[in-house]
Design a protein around this ligand. Structure first.
Ligand code: ZN
Length: 113
């Protein structure tokens, strides 16, 4: 399962940072795009399972989903792509290019104290 691998890799990073900071991680924020998206429930479950017995046992995981953006070829507006309304929000043109999808990223770790 994709989420298990991601959870383990994120956990590794958080533990390494916690070691360096010599503090308990309270929460961690990760973000992901739309092509390589994470299932919130699976991710929370996988993270909890992986974190059991580690310094991250009580760490709260927050998952942010970054929408896919597209740039209009007519008016150059960058808009959030909506699969139900695939057109520029400004001029309603259907000619646009997708911007690169957001990567899977560990954004912030918050430590105790
Ligand atoms: Zn436009």
């Amino acid at each position: 399962m994709h989420e298990t691998a991601v959870a383990e890799s994120i956990l590794h990073t958080i533990i390494a940072q916690a070691d360096k900071a010599n503090a308990k991680p309270v929460s961690a924020i990760i973000s992901c795009g739309q092509f390589n998206t994470l299932n919130d429930e699976c991710m929370q479950f996988a993270f909890e399972a992986a974190a059991a017995g580690t310094v991250c046992e009580k760490t709260k995981l927050v998952i942010k989903h970054i929408p896919l953006r597209a740039k209009c070829e007519q008016c150059q507006t960058v808009f959030e792509f909506d699969v139900y309304k695939p057109a520029c929000g400004q001029c309603e043109s259907k000619e646009f290019d997708f911007e690169p999808d957001a990567p899977l990223l560990l954004e912030t770790i918050e430590f105790e104290g």
